[in-house]
Design a protein around this ligand. Structure first.
Ligand code: BG6
Length: 470
């Protein structure tokens, strides 16, 4: 396990919200090597004391002083300007004495000069590793340009592209559920599955990230990475082994089988929305008004053109300022082949449904039909019922904890490979080109609603019955 972490963007939002809290948890649980050290790097001309005071002010309410002291004992702050490769190399070469993981939690326009600086400082020589945060480009061409820069100094085996959804335990559980149970794997295909819904709804708005969002929108911010990774885990073929490349090979194949969106399909298979003033959790909130042609909500019907999924719609829905924070996957099965019960039962009949909620709670529900709830004399009075499992995870971890440990250990399984990123961008580019050519409008929705009216056909009924539709 590598024992040095160079954290670039150490005073940024991600670092204070997730990365330092993750490190505090890993230190608390003694999951890091005894001689583990952190080099916190950002542009501000802080010294150690000023950096510590800054971080203590942000995290002090949530952590005991002793935990922060332990973090600071291992942390050194170094000011460096990433856009100046020479100055950066001068500031950092003294850390090249042991193999390090450099973590770029910075905007992508700094990746190229940061790589040059790291290389000049001797910090990219194998077995050193580089962790990158999204966005990895704005479209396929810019993603390929970033990749070419990385590959001029690094081998793919040294590059760790973060998609923090892959570090979430309930996301990993999707694979375990699918591949560890005959019950599901046997029917995991077009003959038995009617549709798949993947929903990531947030109550949060764009707050504070208007500039970034105005350039990216929900399609690039959420679908290109998190939603397509969820889709890939659900739809991929079972890998021959649970090793890094077997899993990534299968994910890539599914992403490449996504049918490109065409301008003529855009009207039926997509909807875009932007939140306006409204009320979320009882609070009045302002609408997103930074740009008129950028979506904060997207609904897509994706088609996977392969043997297993031909004709099965995958509906992807994500939005900001929704009525509740809900991420879930809903697999709806086809009706039974032959109906033996009466016409009233047929009216009550519900398709079997597997509903896996990823957050905020971790629950698994299996919707079945049975007669237990009916009169004790009639086995024929079918009613919908549900097998419910509420998970009590032993310890709720921030997704980044798992990913940091894996990067330090050199395990790339939960990181995204170059060809997966490319395949995802290729499909996203088809969607944005289709929108452009078809002139797909961005429709308004009030904050606190489930998106524009036109989004109704994209929302599963479970969301409206259980998910707290307001
Ligand atoms: C990030 C997006 O990648 O994921 C944010 O940039 C989004 O816009 C966030 O809010 C959602 O992550 P989580 O873990 O809160 O569901």
């Amino acid at each position: 396990m590598h024992n040095s972490l160079l954290l670039f963007g150490a005073t940024g939002d991600l670092a204070q919200r997730y990365l330092f809290p993750s490190l505090l948890h890993l230190l608390r649980d003694r999951l890091l090597p005894e001689d583990f050290r952190i080099v916190a790097i950002a542009r501000s001309e802080h010294d150690d004391a000023a950096f510590q005071a800054w971080l203590r002010e942000r995290l002090g309410d949530d952590y005991e002083a002793a935990a922060l002291d332990e973090l600071f004992r291992r942390t050194q702050y170094v000011p460096a300007d990433l856009s100046d490769a020479d100055a950066m190399a001068a500031a950092l070469s003294r850390f090249a004495d042991r193999p390090a993981v450099s973590y770029l939690s910075t905007p992508p326009n700094l990746f190229a000069s940061a790589c040059r600086g790291l290389e000049a400082a001797g910090l990219l020589a194998p077995p050193s590793r580089l962790v990158l945060e999204k966005p990895l480009g704005h479209d396929l061409a810019s993603a390929q340009a970033i990749d070419a820069t990385l590959k001029s100094t690094l081998d793919e085996s040294q590059i760790f592209r973060i998609d923090h959804y892959l570090g979430k335990a309930p996301v990993q559980n999707l694979l375990a559920l699918r591949l560890g149970n005959t019950l599901f794997e046997a029917v995991w295909e077009r003959r038995w599955i009617e549709s798949v819904d993947i929903i990531v709804a947030e109550t949060a708005g764009v707050d504070g990230r208007e500039g970034y969002y105005a350039d990216y929108g929900a399609l690039r911010d959420m679908v290109q990475n998190h939603m397509l990774q969820l889709l890939a885990l659900i739809a991929m073929e079972p890998p021959a082994a649970m090793d890094t490349d077997s899993i990534r090979d299968e994910k890539r194949k599914v992403l490449r089988a996504l049918r490109p969106m065409t301008p003529s399909a855009a009207a039926a298979d997509s909807v875009r929305g932007r939140y306006r003033d409204g009320v979320v959790d009882g609070q009045a909130v302002k609408g997103f008004s930074h740009r008129d042609d950028v979506e904060t909500f997207v609904g897509l019907r994706a088609w996977i053109d392969n043997w297993r999924w031909a004709g099965v719609p995958f509906r992807l829905v994500t939005g900001k300022r929704m009525p509740s924070r809900t991420s879930e996957v809903v697999v709806t099965f086809k009706p039974v082949t032959h109906w033996l019960f009466g016409p009233d039962e047929r009216k009550r009949a519900r398709a079997n449904q597997l509903r896996v909620r990823l957050q905020p709670e971790e629950t698994i529900e299996l919707g079945l039909m049975g007669s237990l709830a009916a009169s004790e004399w009639s086995a024929n009075e079918l009613q919908p019922m549900s097998l419910d499992l509420a998970m009590q995870p032993p310890k709720r971890r921030i997704a980044y904890e798992r990913l940091m440990i894996d990067a330090l250990k050199g395990d790339q399984t939960l990181f995204v490979r170059d060809d997966e990123v490319e395949a995802a961008w290729r499909w996203i580019d088809s969607v944005s080109a289709a929108w452009r050519e078809a002139g797909t409008p961005v429709r308004d929705y009030p904050a606190g609603s489930w998106g524009p009216l036109e989004a109704q056909p994209f929302l599963p009924r479970t969301l409206t019955t259980h998910g707290g539709r307001k």
